[in-house]
Each structure stands twice: as structure tokens, then as C-alpha cells.
Design a protein around this ligand. Structure first.
Ligand code: GLV
Ligand code: MN
Ligand code: MN
Length: 411
């Protein structure tokens, strides 16, 4: 790899940007809450746009609120895109998503400061609502960008209070005018924290991500009958809460039976929700994932069959709704090799791995050669205020992004 000698991102400034963005939605325990299209998201976006402006980038927002900062290349045409997201889950950390976007800014800054114009344009991208914590599906901005979801479908998605994406996007001033997908992609690269324990346990270094496992999110609604918790004999009960508990426990059984399977319920609510009332209704979500599409389909089939049998036994109604569904993705081999080569430029150990988390890259892979770069997450913690990646790893990952992006943009 031919990287101009001493070309590096400004590490201190990357760390400062991460800390500065993390102040918006700071939860006081090391974490961040910048739910998609909230006031905090708006302030985060405003900060990002101000930084893009300082760098002299052409700034565009598309109709779903994806933000692009474009640096022209020597030639026009498809851009090398460097993206991720700045929204967080409700109890998130400060690195998930933010690192990839802010490192993208530092890649552009390093090139500008060195007076280097890449052959192809570069675009730094922040996708709307990657997390899906407030509105489903997750990866909404990249779904719309790649045509997997229409703008109208995305606008109609509602949060738990009945507020819709379209209205919230307009409210925060980020319903842009550009058509999603307006800028063709030559390639897409995403730097991200691993969010799992492997790199940390293996002594650090860089992950060259080969793909992303398949993801399905389901919502289960069980409808039984509210009744007195003391007087109702067990045989008279139609307990929606009990049925929910059995189904959730069975998901764990399925993970023991199917290779690579992970599963958990993430949200649950009982109605009417009184200590002394048999629950009339239980509503819960399941997140089930597997690196293999066929095995995930089998896990889902078993879970649905068990849910139906359990609902029948307990005489409760059952409705299952799809919240999100993404097949497993394999990234572009040449891009994965470019990431490995970039890591070796800096004498960093590099290992190939599959992402357990969902990422915008898995959608971008549908329209352009794509790959990801992982850096270690201490103890594998993520979606947790204690999420942490050491400064030297953040900087190393950003330098790998720089080297890989330049090689691809000039290649
Ligand atoms: C995104 O953070 C996911 O749910 O994997
Ligand atoms: Mn993320
Ligand atoms: Mn996340």
C-alpha cells in the first residue's frame, strides 16, 4: 500500500470530537442518549454539520435525513463513502456509530491538510436512525438510501408515543431535499467499535469484517383475560404474562439447539400492570440472530411454533409482527483485503471476523462493494454507558480507515 509517509489523522482532534459530541445527550454515567430524531439528535446533527462546514465540504441532507459531507476528487463520478450513524440507543455509549462518522471527518481533514486530492470524491455520511431504538426498522436511513424501504414507509413509522418519523424529521429540520441514493457509491467503508469481546480478548488490533449475521426482530402480542390474582383458580386463568414468560424462556432453549443462534427479549409490558391482577395483555420484542440465514429461519420457525402451542394451551390470543428482517451479508473480498493491507501499513495485528451487530454497511453492500473496520470494545460491552474503546485503538482504527479509503479512492 502506498500511503504518503507520515500521513495520519489528527488523533487528539478525533478524541476531542468524540468527547464533544458525547456531551450532547450525556447521561452522566459515561453514556449517551441521542435517540433518532430527538432534540439531542438534532443538536448532534447541527454539530456535525458545523464541522463539515469548517472542513469546506459540500453538505447535503436527503429526504430521510441522511447527512453527507462531500469532498470533491480529481474526477467526478461515484464516491468512496465513509459512514456510520450518530443516533444512540436510550442507554448507549459514546462510540457506537459516532466513531465511524467522526473518523470520516478526520480522514477528509487529514487529506485536506496534506494538500492531497483523492482521485475519486469522498463522502462522509451519517445515516438516520441506525439504532431502531425509537423507530423500527433499524438501519432506516441506509434502508431508504439503498431502496430497501421507501421514504413514505419510513415516514409512517411511529414511536411508542405515536410520533411519526416524517413529522419528527421535519420538526428537527432535517427532512432534506436530496433524493436518497443521489450520489452513486464506488465503495463504502465503515469504521466501528466491535461491540463484542473478541478483539479485546485476543490482545487488540484491527478487525477486518467479512460480513454481518442475519437479524430478525419480532413483536409478540398475547391477549388473555384480566382477573383477580387471589381468587382466580389456576385452571380458570388466561394469563398473557405466563405465556410470554414461557416463550421467552423457550428462545433460550432454541439457542442451545441451533449452532450460532443468539436470542433475547428486549422489551416487555404487561397490561393492566397491577401487582394483584392476572395480566390481560403481554407485549414483548424478540431479537434473534444467526450468521446463517437457514439456521435463523429454523430458529424463527421453532419459536413461532412454540408460541402458537403455548398460546393455545393458555387460551390467549397471539399476534406476531415483523419489526425488522435482514439477511446475512458477505462483504466485498477486495475491500476486506484493502482493510487488511491498511492495517499492516501501520504494523497492526488484523483478524477477519463477522459482525454480530447490525450496521449500515450491510445495506450499503447491496449497492456497492462494502467492508468494515472494527476496533476493540473493552470487555465486549456495548449498548451500555460503560462502552469503552481505548484512545490508541480509536486513533488506530481511524488511520486504517484513512489508508484504506485513500487506496480505494485512488485505485
Ligand atoms: C444495532 O446496533 C444492532 O441492533 O445490531
Ligand atoms: Mn452502530
Ligand atoms: Mn448500536
Amino acid at each position: 500500500m502506498t500511503l504518503p509517509t507520515n500521513l495520519r489523522i489528527a488523533g487528539d482532534r478525533l478524541l476531542w470530537r468524540i468527547e464533544t459530541l458525547a456531551k450532547i445527550g450525556d447521561t452522566g454515567d459515561g453514556g449517551c442518549r441521542r435517540l433518532a430524531l430527538s432534540d439531542e439528535d438534532r443538536r448532534g446533527r447541527d454539530l456535525l454539520v458545523s464541522w463539515m462546514r469548517e472542513l469546506g465540504l459540500e453538505i447535503r441532507a436527503d429526504r430521510i435525513g441522511n447527512i453527507l459531507g462531500i469532498m470533491p476528487g480529481e474526477t467526478d463520478g461515484p464516491a468512496v463513502m465513509l459512514g456510520s450513524h450518530i443516533d444512540t440507543v436510550a442507554t448507549g455509549g459514546r462510540y457506537d456509530g459516532a466513531l465511524g462518522v467522526l473518523a470520516g471527518l478526520e480522514v477528509v481533514a487529514a487529506l485536506k491538510e496534506a494538500g492531497i486530492a483523492p482521485k475519486r470524491p469522498l463522502a462522509v455520511m451519517a445515516f438516520t436512525n441506525e439504532e431502531g431504538a425509537r423507530f423500527q426498522p433499524d438501519m432506516m436511513g441506509s434502508c431508504v438510501w439503498t431502496g430497501a424501504l421507501s421514504v413514505e414507509e419510513a415516514y409512517a413509522a411511529q414511536d411508542g408515543h405515536g410520533l411519526a418519523v416524517g413529522g419528527e424529521l421535519r420538526r428537527i429540520g432535517y427532512a432534506g431535499e436530496s433524493e436518497p441514493g443521489f450520489l452513486p457509491a464506488h465503495a463504502y467503508l465503515e469504521l466501528h467499535i466491535e461491540q463484542g469481546p473478541i478483539l479485546d480478548a485476543e490482545g487488540g488490533g484491527i478487525g477486518a469484517v467479512m460480513g454481518v449475521q442475519a437479524i430478525t426482530w419480532l413483536e409478540f402480542a398475547l391477549d388473555g383475560e384480566a382477573n383477580h390474582a387471589g381468587t382466580t383458580p389456576m385452571s380458570y386463568r388466561r394469563d398473557a404474562g405466563y405465556a410470554a414468560g414461557r416463550i421467552i424462556a423457550h428462545a433460550r432453549e432454541i439457542t442451545r439447539a441451533i449452532e450460532g443462534q443468539v436470542a433475547n427479549a428486549g422489551q416487555i409490558a404487561f397490561e393492566p400492570g397491577n401487582v394483584n391482577v392476572v395480566p390481560r395483555r403481554a407485549l414483548f420484542t424478540m431479537d434473534i440472530r444467526n450468521p446463517d440465514d437457514g439456521r435463523l429461519a429454523e430458529a424463527e420457525r421453532r419459536l413461532r411454533a412454540f408460541a402458537e402451542a403455548t398460546a393455545g394451551e393458555e387460551k390467549v390470543g397471539l399476534a406476531i409482527r415483523d419489526l425488522a428482517r435482514f439477511p446475512a451479508v458477505r462483504f466485498d473480498e477486495r475491500l476486506v483485503e484493502a482493510v487488511e493491507a491498511a492495517a499492516r501499513t501501520f504494523d497492526l495485528p488484523v483478524r477477519r471476523m463477522v459482525s454480530g451487530a447490525g450496521h449500515d454497511a450491510q445495506l450499503m453492500a447491496r449497492i456497492a462493494p462494502s467492508a468494515m473496520i472494527f476496533v476493540p470494545s473493552v470487555k465486549g460491552l456495548s449498548h451500555n454507558p460503560q462502552e469503552y474503546t481505548a484512545p490508541h485503538d480509536l486513533i488506530a482504527g481511524a488511520n486504517v480507515l484513512l489508508a484504506a479509503a485513500l487506496a480505494i479512492a485512488n485505485g
